[in-house]
Design a protein. Structure first.
Lengths: 365, 408
């Protein structure tokens, strides 16, 4: 733990940008193309449920980060092992965020730039910010929250006035019933992006007033969930379900259709900016979580972990997969169906159960 | 210590200056801006023959001297290849700059190629990041694509601008066509229906059209005109819609912006012009005994724009009669479009998608023999027409009385 304090607004901005991050640019639709916006709303409910678990643990141990209460609940030796695997997971997950962002940037605009150059530039910025501590990233989030909203609003206005939103593309809703919607909502969308909120658990203890954590977090999740749902619905309206489902980067494709009076067009830079801002915070918060766990395990100062963890993430992001198809397949089969459920859902639930049992035993003695 | 710090700043400054810019910076002067692309298939080798209309920057730049160089404003390059992309790369033997597609405005498909099928043509436009989904698509009517994009035009220096301007104007003023972009064609190909693409025709002498002299006369030797819309079946060109059929299609697809409808005045045929100022169409699907029944409901508003016969336009019943005539006329054009579609069994009217939206379960049952069902399905057209105004005069200058007197 470093000596730092963040306020509720900053936490809100961080959670918001973290959730929106890369989820807004990727096609999260999966099986339920036209009903993806409903699937996101359903997933939001599960996401809030998960957050309440993290919040409960935080309230029970208000001064300990994630790794701290893992050790407190499971005991030092087991806690250390769990922390180690958690660290690996966080690094792996962050490497995926970095790889994803770089791949999209290369696909959409920097076609001849080597992947590692883009990844390195991003991670250097993240390492720099995080080496200044959690307060700095919180303040940056506060500023960029406004910029992000401004970008989003302007982009939406452009699309609205281009007259390319066709509501009928959203129909037939539920053409195959509720089943595929629920399947997409749980576990897929619940895990990505909502399950990843576990990283926020390492930031919660810096909150000035611990009571504000629950309300702020839930509000941030609702705000980001509604915006995600809305923007994916608009993407389908603009692109049609088929192109939406086939594209690697639907948000970008949507903005290329903007054309107001043959004058306002080619607004691609908006989406690239939004992607870089969102990915920056997602990458930074995951990395901070990894740094926090690592620092706790090896008894180091958190800020000094920025460079080693950052470099590890960079190298891991390059080694993750040899092509985009493999990357996506891993995401589908391993990450959202095994890894994030384990660390984002089962581990916290297990912690709560063990904690409650210990509490009861402790009381009796 | 101070010297060290100064050195550090200088170093940072030096690195910053040398590191800015792009990885693969492409200067403006090294790019050839492609504004129109013509795609044909060469019959012998079965390769794609792709022509590019490249703008010559010096000759279109307008300066104090009034601009215009001695060269033509554009130049045409051609490349061949088994895929579009290889044709583009093969063209580099002929072009001294890199072909750049971000400003591509038109894609013209040769008629022969369109007949062979356009299903596989559009992957390049989707996958590559340079061309946009908003690029207009056309089918060359009765010719290859190359002569169409090679013809010089007056009024607009760049032929691609001329063609896109014509599409825009004719779709807003006449509505016998509407802007069809790569996006629309893709949607047509992947959806339950078929695409529909604007036709473009070259009249006059194609060889003279390539010469600069084509724009040095008041009447051009060769002209490029927008004519008709191409209909497809399984991605292959099957026929053309013209005039009423084309306008009916515009109506059904709710793309009607403005047009002139001619009505009869007593015995004088087509002597009253109504200008549409607003029109909207709704397509409803009703399922009867497991078969879809289509209801097309059109609401249109218009003004009288020309009356070449003596009628009293201040009379409400006269206007009412005209409205009724107009409804009948609209209905017949819409039905002619439906019949044209049903004849070719080509559902470019989006009926299949409408069924899918309205009753997905029914759609699952009938989708395999949809083209047969479509060809025989019943369509019911309802039109509400409103004539709002009669322009700057009420009665025409020739009243019935006066006309009689003068004739005697």
């Amino acid at each position: 733990m470093e000596k730092a304090r963040i306020n509720a607004n900053q936490l809100f901005a961080m959670i918001f940008l973290f959730e929106i991050g890369t989820a807004i640019v990727l096609p999260v639709g999966f099986a339920s193309v036209q009903s993806v916006w409903m699937a996101i709303l359903i997933a939001l409910v599960f996401g809030i449920g998960l957050y309440l678990i993290y919040d409960y643990l935080y309230r029970e141990y208000p001064n300990l980060p994630l790794s701290g209460y893992i050790k407190a609940i499971l005991g030092k030796p087991i806690g250390w092992v769990v922390n180690l695997s958690l660290l690996l997971f966080l690094i792996h997950n962050d490497a995926r965020v970095l790889r994803e962002t770089s791949e999209l940037l290369v696909t959409a605009s920097y076609d001849m730039t080597p992947l590692i150059v883009i990844s390195a530039l991003m991670i250097v910025a993240v390492i720099y910010v995080l080496s200044k501590g959690v307060e700095v990233i919180a303040r940056v989030a506060e500023i960029y929250f406004l910029i992000f909203l401004f970008l989003g609003l302007l982009g939406f206005i452009f699309i609205l006035f281009s007259n390319i939103i066709e509501i009928k593309n959203l129909f037939p809703l539920l053409s195959k019933g509720w089943k595929p919607v629920f399947q997409a909502a749980f576990p897929r969308i619940t895990m990505f992006p909502f399950g990843e909120t576990i990283s926020i658990a390492t930031i919660l203890p810096y909150l000035k007033k611990s009571v504000t954590g629950r309300k702020t977090g839930i509000f941030a999740l609702i705000a980001s969930g509604l915006i995600l749902s809305f923007s994916h619905a608009i993407e389908i309206c603009v692109l049609g379900p088929d192109i939406y489902a086939r594209s690697t980067f639907p948000l970008f494709l949507m903005i290329t259709r903007v054309n107001i009076a043959d004058f306002v067009q080619r607004m691609d830079a908006f989406v690239i900016l939004a992607l870089i801002i969102g990915a920056f915070f997602k990458c930074a918060i995951h990395m901070y979580a990894a740094m926090s766990v690592a620092a706790d395990m090896f008894h180091m100062e958190i800020r000094k972990m920025a460079l080693p963890v950052g470099i590890t993430i960079l190298v891991a992001s390059i080694m993750l997969a040899s092509n985009w198809a493999q990357f996506l397949a891993m995401g589908k089969e391993v990450i959202t169906s095994i890894l994030i459920p384990i660390y984002g859902m089962y581990l916290p639930i297990f912690l709560v159960i063990v904690h409650l049992i210990r509490k009861r035993l402790f009381k009796k003695s | 210590m101070k010297a060290k710090r100064v050195m550090l700043y200088l170093l940072i400054l030096g690195i910053m200056i040398s590191l800015t810019g792009c990885w693969n910076g492409r200067e403006l002067t090294k790019l050839a801006f492609v504004l129109a692309m013509g795609i044909d298939r060469s019959p012998k080798t079965n390769e794609y023959k792709v022509s590019f209309q490249v703008v010559i920057p010096g000759s279109v730049a307008t300066g104090i001297t009034g601009g215009g160089g001695t060269t033509t404003p554009v130049v045409i390059y051609t490349g061949k290849g088994n895929t579009l992309f290889s044709a583009i790369r093969n063209a580099s033997k002929r072009v001294s700059r890199q072909l750049f597609f971000a400003h591509l405005q038109l894609v013209v498909i040769g008629e022969e190629l369109a007949k062979q099928g356009i299903q596989d043509l559009f992957d390049f436009f989707e996958r590559s990041k340079e061309p946009r989904l908003t690029t207009l698509v056309l089918v060359a009517r009765g010719s290859e694509a190359k002569p169409i994009i090679s013809t010089l035009t007056s009024l607009e220096k760049i032929p691609a601008n001329s063609v896109s301007g014509k599409i825009k104007m004719s779709s807003t003023l006449l509505s016998e066509n509407f802007g069809i972009e790569i996006y629309d064609v893709l949607r047509g190909l992947v959806n339950e229906g078929e695409p529909i693409i604007n036709g473009v025709k070259l009249t006059g002498d194609p060889d003279k059209g390539m010469e600069k002299s084509n724009v040095e006369k008041t009447r051009s030797a060769a002209e490029v005109i927008i004519q008709g819309m191409a209909i497809f079946k399984n991605g292959k060109l099957k026929g053309w819609l013209d005039n009423g059929e084309a306008r009916g299609t515009t109506w059904i697809l709710n793309k009607m912006k403005s047009t002139i409808v001619e009505l009869d005045c007593k015995k004088k045929k087509n002597s009253i012009g109504v200008e549409i100022i607003r029109s909207s169409t709704e397509l409803h699907v009703e399922v009867k005994n497991g078969e879809p029944l289509f209801h097309i409901h059109i609401k249109e508003e218009g003004n009288l724009s020309e009356v070449q016969c003596p009628i009293d336009l201040s009379n409400v019943t006269v206007i009412g009669d005209l409205e009724k005539d107009w409804e009948i006329k609209t209905k017949s054009e819409v039905m002619s479009a439906v019949k044209a579609a049903q004849k070719e069994k080509s559902d470019f009217l989006g009926f299949g998608d409408a069924v899918k939206r309205a009753d997905p379960k029914l759609w699952e049952k009938i989708k395999t023999d949809w083209s047969g069902i479509f060809a025989t399905s019943k369509v019911d057209v309802k039109v509400d027409a409103y004539i709002r105004r009669a322009g700057m005069r009420l009665k025409p200058y020739m009243s019935e009385q006066k006309q009689k007197e003068k004739r005697q």
